[in-house]
Design a protein around this ligand. Structure first.
Ligand code: NAP
Length: 292
């Protein structure tokens, strides 16, 4: 079994980011990322903190906007309008989920598609569906695809089964896998909560991707001998034996399936490592693509 770890692959992405940043600097340009955080959810705060830290490390211009959960939709939209108009900002990310009274779809649609480095604006989703490489690909599915490419796992002609159909992960990864670009051309099946005979479907996968959000949901009965397993899930479970009292696990029961897989991603230390790296790469590309 080969362990596909996220860190060395994320480091490759960061190496390229540093080269691009140097080149842009010589042209008098500095990529800028704005991250908007609404409310005080601890997990979201931690994500935003990591993104900000990575920007500082790489030398990106970074703006962190934090507002209380009581913010109105109009106030949030006006923050987006200001960031759209700000020439120092090339990428805008609104940390999800937003408090329930806010309309996240309207917020995403308000972001200038040329600054939508999270790739969730309908314009960028459509470009992905149309095999137009000039759009932005959401960071987590983009990171999964990069992990497969860098690990030398060619998906062309293979059967990829994605369990989960969210736009953020499952549906987008399915589009990437069936797309005609590098790391694509797979035969793709998407499974979800209404899928019948899930073990039968997942057993037919050459490459099985789990993006469900249920700890250890996929076990021995779901995984075929010799398949590749990509576990996108990040779930916190109680672990009284640890100092923290909890630990992170994936959607796949790693210990139950690892010996039968050709390759598998761990959690933590797998796909999760890629998301911020792809965000940085998207922000740099947004800067490169801007005219003038
Ligand atoms: P989500 O929006 O809740 O979507 C979960 C998907 O799983 C849905 O499509 C759902 O089907 C499907 N599902 C739920 N129960 C199922 C069942 N019993 N059988 C088959 N399918 C089932 O979650 P998400 O945002 O895609 O995230 C998925 C996981 O990835 C989570 O653990 C999340 O923490 C993790 N994640 C990690 C990263 C990262 O690595 N940086 C980024 C994003 C997400 P229906 O559509 O039918 O409800």
């Amino acid at each position: 079994m080969k362990l596909i770890e996220g860190k060395p692959i994320a480091d490759l992405v960061y190496e390229k980011c540093l080269q691009d940043i140097e080149r842009l600097k010589a042209e008098g340009k500095q990529p800028g990322l704005a991250v908007v955080l609404i409310g005080d959810d601890p997990a979201s705060k931690a994500y935003v903190g990591s993104k900000d830290k990575k920007c500082q490390e790489l030398g990106l211009h970074s703006v962190k906007i934090e507002k209380p959960a009581e913010i109105t939709q109009e106030e949030l939209l006006s923050i987006i309008d200001d960031l759209n108009a700000d020439d120092a900002i090339h990428g805008i990310l609104v940390q999800m989920p937003l408090p329930k009274h806010l309309d996240s779809e309207e917020v995403i649609k308000r972001i200038d598609p040329a600054k939508d480095v999270d790739g969730l604006h309908p314009y960028n989703v459509a470009k992905l569906a149309m095999d137009d490489p000039t759009g932005f690909v959401p960071c987590t599915p983009g990171g999964c695809q990069r992990m497969l490419i860098e690990s030398g796992i060619d998906v062309e002609g293979k059967h990829v089964v994605v369990v989960g159909r969210s736009l953020l992960v499952g549906k987008t990864l399915a589009l990437l896998m069936m797309g005609k670009g590098e790391g694509g051309n797979a035969t793709v099946t998407v499974a979800h909560s209404r899928t019948r005979n899930l073990p039968e479907v997942t057993q037919s996968a050459d490459i099985l991707v789990a993006a469900i959000g249920i700890p250890h949901f996929l076990g021995d009965e779901h995984v075929r001998d010799g398949s590749v397993v990509i576990d996108v899930g990040i779930n916190r479970i109680d672990a009284p034996e640890t100092a923290k009292g909890s630990r992170l696990v994936g959607d796949v029961d790693f210990d139950a399936v690892k010996d039968k897989c050709e390759a598998i991603t761990p959690v933590p230390g797998g796909v999760g490592r890629m998301t911020i790296a792809m965000l940085m790469a998207n922000t740099i590309r947004a800067c490169e693509m801007r005219e003038g």
